[in-house]
Design a protein around this ligand. Sequence first.
Ligand code: SF4
Ligand code: SF4
Length: 363
Amino acid sequence: MIGSKGSLNADHCEKEKVVFKKITLEKLGDLVSALKEKGPLYAPVRDGKAVNFQKITKTADVTLDFYNTVFSPKFVFFPQTEDLIRYTLQKEGAQAEPVPIAASPSVILGVRPCDAKSFEIMDRHFLGAGIIDPYWKNRRDNTVVIGYAFDPAAPPDPADFYNTVGIHAADTEGSDVFMVRKDGELLLKGITKKGESLLKGLAVLDAASAQDEAFFDETIRKDRGVKTRFTEITDTAIAAKLVGSFEKQEIWEEMTASCIGCGTCTFVCPTCYCFDINDETLFRKGARKRFWDACMFTDFTLEASGHNPRPRIFQRYRQKVCHKYSYHVTKYGCISCVGCGRCTRSCPVNIDIFSIVEKVANL
Ligand code: SF4
Ligand code: SF4
């Protein structure tokens, strides 16, 4: 008897460790308001046919009825443009001040599992390459990511291939809180200490039941069965194949013949991190700005001498694929693509990176 009582208490303590809450979808506005009180909130907002993450000003703007956003939420940590230094030019020299790095705690609501994983891949570059990017780090440290499972009953978009890079439709990896939809309710489970602490501070949430928890676990299990397009690749094997394909110019020319070099694929991508820094000055006042750049642009590698080592589009596209699937593997130990399908969906000439990787894998 003593033994069985002891194990009951142990089970009870074990259950207390999980912070597991719920709210009805009718009360989504209350949840959004409560999250906004914690600091800036970024969440999906419908804009015509598209849905994108935005900083929320109006509670009613938030929607959780979407497949995935056109742009990834990476801009929360790595804005498309930002001022690093502001200055005033004077007759002798200049007065310059660094722009303080914003430190307010933020929340991103409704991040799909592939995008949550992309943050961890970007961490390897911005935090793990020997030099820490203080802008990325500060925002990452101060932001709670609320992940959101894909619906196991809805077919994945044909452009997606997150299974190929080892991601499933309800993976909790990369999220601080993970959210599953159950009929008219949202179930929210704390994944990290940061996420648990957020959930504990939201009085608007109700406690979830054991049945809710069982539903949550079952959704994660079912989502492991959701199949996107899939080609079996291993990091090191595809990295080596790409190195071997580098000199096969005619294949790269053929695969990228319709590309117009617009750069859209890189701007929508959650794992593209190239940037440029420029000074912009008007009437003696100015700012040193960091802004997204793209390896697909003609002048990305244009040197001051006028020489450009990648003047042709096939060379730039080859660089993009080799960077994500070969050089990133060598440098950081993982592929820098989460198979979200955004680049394929947004490409004006329907170039599909998955088909290109598949073709190289089968060379
Ligand atoms: S692959 Fe498509 S989206 Fe990317 S640069 Fe070429 S045309 Fe633009
Ligand atoms: S390369 Fe394409 S599929 Fe891969 S992460 Fe970027 S946008 Fe998504």
